[in-house]
Design a protein around this ligand. Structure first.
Ligand code: CDP
Ligand code: MG
Length: 634
């Protein structure tokens, strides 16, 4: 392993790099993916004494999977147990200890550390890694770290990036020098649209857009291979995406057996965050899943879009690390030149900023308009975030943090979820709300639906149905699992993913631990689901949809939305719904919906809803399921 370390492109530059770090407080480091930035630089710093006296080196990663996998790799290289001297910290999972001096973490986690340690006093070095990804949290870190570096002259700041955009980083950090690690790159031949079938040995990396697509692709490949049998050499088919359990993730790094070929089917996680040795072929369909945000309606959606030329070039580059490679682009050269954007728009310009604004406010940063953004978010987005936080009661009319807002910021979840949890105090149902919050945070992977047992799986799922909505179904699943004694067998029999449940339990435990800090007593509503639904409404009143003639429309913006076919309310169609999230696939689907009484909206958000807009104009034409709403409106 030490030999491998010495063979990495970064190794010959070890001394020069350390010298540059001594001489400059802020250094931008540019190097091809796989050159050793993430795994080696922190080790060089440790060897050079930067962790003396228990001072820490922090290294941020935009992706959870990357944080875990590089930490594991470095623990192995330094022969320590993961979680001791070398550890990682990602949301709801802290694998560090008192002894940890090298901490890999998601950028979001370092951001939260500012809440408890605003000057990051326990760190000697902060590495903002994968800076080119330009995630929302990384962008905010840029501003905050640039600021504290001014008065913490002993703090070293390293901004590490693949070979993109480094001049911009340098410029943002007051012309910090750029340290370039020359890559070792072999030529990659690019083929547009045509796929060749017979190629010499070498592993294949395929870029798809998400878990579902990857699973389907893997199944299809398995099936093909089974049919072809011994007619072709063995294919080892391996998926990799963020939600994949970590033991499965680790498999992509194991060496390919002789005579076989490895096929890694990945999201753009493998674009720069992870490096898999032995890849010679890349297959690039040219798409990725991207968050987009409509600041007028406040709606966030995940949309499959063509990736940027910069991404396409990164992807192709993965084929040329160990030898000359080939990249098959499943689009035309024309599309590459004319239909793809030059670079990806930074996340800060296409996402809801509620969470980050709340965090910055609690750090005492009040003037967000003049915050030092590398690329500022659209003005409307910032205003909408302030408005939403005001509606939730986290800010007062002067835009100052309220006591409620301060408590909300303590929870590492989005403001609406945070508000829902805090509202459970008033409605005396925190037991249930905690379980629901935990289940919502893993919600897309709870029900297991294998293709050969679809009927059984759907029946099992039906058995969990309770009146009221999907949140209560999730609660029911969780409670039954608790009753089974957290049984694996029970999960198996009920087509429930055990791993997701275990994760939900971890999330719940963590949230429960935080309840004491924000002084919420954990009590149960027993069998009354009204307080539970009210608490959900208190957090998610922004997400209200009303049934009218043509279907559901959001209350504030009259946007047409649909109940997701997986919902237990798909057929029932109650008049008033609150949804947890919108996902756009073939149309705008509401995922996880709950039936509410419109009167509750006035109870939980009187400053946001006026009774007039909640009147049922169509009430005479349509049979009423629940007749109370009008009366309560008074
Ligand atoms: O950060 P950068 O892309 O420059 O490289 P790195 O992540 O430090 O990777 C350096 C080397 O370590 C590569 O050859 C990887 O294949 C290897 N590595 C690994 O084998 N397992 C990991 N979990 C991470 C890295
Ligand atoms: Mg890296």
């Amino acid at each position: 392993m030490q030999e491998v370390r010495r063979s990495l492109p970064i190794f010959p530059y070890r001394e020069d790099l350390l010298r540059a770090i001594t001489e400059h407080q802020i250094l931008v480091i540019e190097g091809e993916t796989g050159s050793g930035k993430t795994t080696q630089i922190p080790q060089y710093l440790m060897e050079d004494g930067y962790t003396k006296g228990g001072m820490k080196i922090g290294c941020t990663q935009p992706r959870r999977v990357a944080a875990m996998s590089v930490a594991a790799r470095v623990a192995e290289e330094t022969s320590v147990k993961l979680g001791n001297e070398v550890g990682y910290s990602i949301r709801f999972e802290d694998c560090t200890s008192e002894r940890t001096v090298l901490k890999y973490m998601t950028d979001g986690m370092l951001l939260r550390e500012f809440l408890t340690e605003p000057d990051l006093a326990s760190y000697s070095v902060v590495i903002i890694d994968e800076a080119h990804e330009r995630t929302l949290h990384t962008d905010i870190l840029f501003g905050l770290i640039k600021d504290i570096a001014r008065f913490r002259s002993d703090l070293k700041v390293l901004v590490a990036s693949a070979t993109l955009d480094t001049e911009r980083f340098s410029c943002f950090f007051d012309d910090a020098p750029v340290f370039r690690i020359p890559g070792r790159r072999f030529p990659v031949d690019i083929f547009y649209t045509k796929i060749h079938v017979t190629q010499s040995p070498g592993d294949i990396l395929v870029f798809l857009t998400g878990q579902e697509e990857i699973e389907t692709c893997c199944e299809l490949l398995q099936e093909r291979c089974r049919r072809l049998g011994s007619k072709i050499a063995e294919l080892v088919i391996l998926p990799i995406y963020a939600n994949l359990p970590s033991d499965m993730q680790a498999k992509i790094f194991s060496p390919t057996p002789p005579g076989a070929r490895k096929v890694v089917v990945a999201t753009n996680i493998a674009e720069t965050s992870l490096t898999i040795d032995g890849i010679i072929y890349v297959i690039d369909p040219g798409f990725c899943k991207q968050k987009s945000y409509n600041a007028r309606t406040g709606m966030e959606s995940l949309i499959v879009t063509p990736c940027s030329r910069a991404s396409a070039n990164q992807r192709a580059g993965r084929a040329g690390r160990v030898a000359a490679g080939k990249c098959f682009r499943l689009y035309t050269a024309w599309a590459f030149k004319h239909e793809m954007e030059e670079t990806t728009v930074p996340e800060i310009q296409r996402t809801n900023l509620g969470n980050v604004v709340l965090l910055l406010k609690s750090l005492g940063i009040n003037d967000l308009i003049h915050f030092d953004f590398m690329d500022p978010p659209p003005h409307e987005t910032l205003v909408l975030a302030l408005e939403q936080l005001y509606a939730l009661g986290a800010l007062n009319h002067l835009g100052e943090l309220t006591k409620l807002g301060r408590r909300m910021a303590e929870l590492p979840v989005d403001p609406m979820l945070s508000k829902m949890i805090l509202a459970s105090e008033q409605y005396k149902c925190s037991e249930e709300i905690l379980s629901i919050a935990a289940m919502l945070s893993v919600n897309n992977s709870i029900f297991y639906r294998p293709k050969d047992k679809v009927v059984h799986a759907d029946n099992a799922r039906m058995n969990f149905t309770v009146p009221g909505g999907d949140h209560l179904v999730l609660l029911n699943v969780y409670n039954q699992w608790v009753e089974s004694g957290f049984s694996t067998q029970w999960c198996y029999e009920n087509f429930i993913q055990f791993r997701s449940m275990r994760r939900a339990r971890d999330v719940r435990d963590q949230l429960e631990g935080l309840m004491e800090r924000i002084e919420v007593e954990v009590v149960s509503a027993q069998d009354d689901c009204v307080p539970i639904r009210k608490a959900i409404t208190a957090g998610y009143f922004y997400h209200t949809a009303r049934l009218s003639k043509g279907g559901y429309k959001t209350v504030k913006h009259q946007q047409t939305v649909y109940v997701h076919p997986n919902s237990c309310l798909f057929e029932e169609q109650p008049r008033w719904l609150i949804y947890h999230e919108l996902v756009f696939t073939t149309k705008e689907f509401m995922r996880q919906v709950i039936e509410i009484d419109s009167g509750w909206l006035l109870e939980v958000a009187p400053h946001y809803y006026k009774s007039k807009e909640l009147e049922d104009s169509s009430s005479k034409k349509m049979p009423r399921k629940q007749g109370k709403s009008k009366d309560e409106l008074g």
